[in-house]
Design a protein. Structure first.
Length: 246
């Protein structure tokens, strides 16, 4: 029986495509727990009050830790436990050990989660580093960007100082911003705007569209943090498991 993976990811709309990306490369059964689309509340009658649901989009840092804890508890109260919990976030130039410890504590604080295998994964500094690592299959191939691909790559290399052989090394932590000094997604947007006649790069829409195009082997050869969690996930998904409840 396939390994059941509950996926909790920080960020927003682009991360909604992660389950499809993982299913393309692994035989595991991925169930997305975060982020989640929150439907608009139904109309209420005059005089009634209805509180808006807490958003399941755009979490990071402490907000993500709280959301993981809350959503995990809710899911375990209603469903059989998974075979694996996968928590992902953009590292945004934070200290990895610190960020990993915080997410581990969030999961371990849920009583029923004890004993469930856990993988904490980070896109370093942002998920867009994966797209840069396999440029030829992402920006170099997609119909929206390929005509501007060479100019974008030149801009990112010369102006934004992106190291395409090691894209995870982009930028450094800025204490004032409490994140990276320069955002990789913004550097990509600037590079695209520099192309004559083009509009803009959308982290919300375009990152998700480009993810399925990349070759994980190429990304792993240039991104050590990606390589680590990808290897862990491959090992977990290769394990046969007994049906739930046996």
């Amino acid at each position: 029986m396939a390994v059941v993976v509950w996926l909790f990811a920080g960020g927003g709309h682009s991360e909604l495509t992660l389950p499809y990306f993982f299913r393309k490369h692994f035989p595991c059964q991925f169930e997305l727990k975060l982020p989640v689309r929150i439907r608009a509340p139904l109309p209420v009658k005059a005089g009634e009050r209805r509180s808006l649901p807490k958003s399941g989009m755009g979490h990071s840092g402490k907000g993500l830790r709280d959301a993981v804890q809350r959503r995990l508890q809710e899911s375990l109260d209603k469903q059989r436990p998974p075979n694996l919990i996968l928590v992902m976030d953009d590292l945004d130039c934070h200290d990895r050990a610190w960020a990993e410890q915080g997410l581990q504590k969030a999961v371990q604080s849920v009583p029923n989660a004890a004993g469930i295998p856990l993988i904490i994964a980070f896109a370093v500094p942002e998920i867009e580093s994966w797209l840069l690592a396999d440029w030829d299959h992402t920006f170099g191939t997609h119909t929206t960007f390929r005509s501007c691909s060479a100019a974008m790559r030149h801009y990112l290399s010369r102006v934004s100082k992106v190291n395409f052989a090691h894209p995870e090394t982009f930028s450094e932590y800025d204490p004032a911003k409490k994140s990276c000094k320069e955002k990789l997604s913004e550097a990509i947007a600037d590079a695209y705007l520099n192309c004559p006649g083009e509009e803009y790069f959308s982290k919300r829409e375009d990152t998700g569209a480009l993810l399925p195009l990349l070759d994980p082997a190429i990304v792993a050869s240039k991104c050590p943090h990606f390589r680590q969690f990808w290897s862990e996930l491959r090992q977990q998904c290769a394990t046969d498991v007994a049906p739930h409840g046996t």
